[in-house]
Design a protein around this ligand. Structure first.
Ligand code: PRP
Ligand code: URA
Length: 209
């Protein structure tokens, strides 16, 4: 698969295994793990971000260093993407956050938009879409469509678990969008849930299952 980056980091695999565990992982632990995995993925996702030279003074001398060049926005897809924001912010506290509200219609599995307050003009050049689950790909495609219409040039998808079906469909529509993920799972079941997956990511975070 091109332009798909499953993490190979042992810490990510360790935390993902705990995240899946329905018996021992309550909503509080689930939120902590989502936050920690998101921070670890941020390190990988930002590896090719542009930098610019900057000069600073240490207690001993002036020296040249680097700082991040491009303004970055985080786009959490409500609800489940919300839990990823804190993890990414722990490494990039100045990132803007623009929320997009989508839910999957239970019968059609099609995304339904219910919240979008993007300003008319794009305020950033790079957007990271945050959503732990890439299942059919419908929600991710709708979000990329929206961000491209907004005028953003560079978009990355950051998730926790993806189904092969979701990766293929997202890339059929938007091959330019890299997919960073903790794991690629086996398949989708007849209800559109990822197997083995972790169940409903929104319900497990917010205790609403
Ligand atoms: C989940 C998940 C994604 C979507 C993925 O959201 O967080 O947004 O499903 O499925 P897809 O790839 O088939 O579109 P859900 O609709 O359950 O809403 P929630 O986060 O509010 O619980
Ligand atoms: N949304 C979830 O929260 N979990 C899945 O497995 C699929 C979509």
């Amino acid at each position: 698969m091109t332009n798909v980056y499953p993490s190979t980091h042992p810490l990510v695999a360790h935390k993902l295994t705990k995240l899946r565990d329905k018996k021992n992982t309550d909503p509080k632990k689930f939120r902590e793990l989502i936050r920690e995995i998101s921070a670890l993925l941020t390190y990988e996702v930002t590896a090719d971000m542009r930098t610019k030279p900057v000069s600073v003074e240490t207690p001993l001398a002036r020296t040249e260093g680097l700082e991040m060049k491009e303004p970055i926005a985080l786009i959490p897809i409500l609800r489940a993407g919300l839990g990823m924001v804190e993890g990414v912010w722990s490494l990039m506290p100045s990132a803007e956050v623009w929320h997009i509200g989508l839910y999957r219609d239970e019968n059609t599995l099609q995304p339904v938009e219910y919240y979008n307050k993007l300003p008319i003009e794009p305020t950033v050049s790079v957007c990271l879409i945050l959503d732990p689950m890439l299942a059919t790909g419908g929600s991710a495609i709708a979000t990329v469509d929206l961000l491209k219409r907004w005028g953003v040039k560079r978009i990355k998808f950051v998730g926790v678990i993806a189904a092969p079906e979701g990766i293929n469909t997202l890339h059929k529509h938007h091959p330019d969008v890299p997919i960073h993920i903790a794991s690629i799972d086996d398949n989708l079941n007849e209800n559109g849930y990822i197997v083995p997956g972790l169940g409903d990511a929104g319900d497990r975070q917010f205790g609403t299952g």
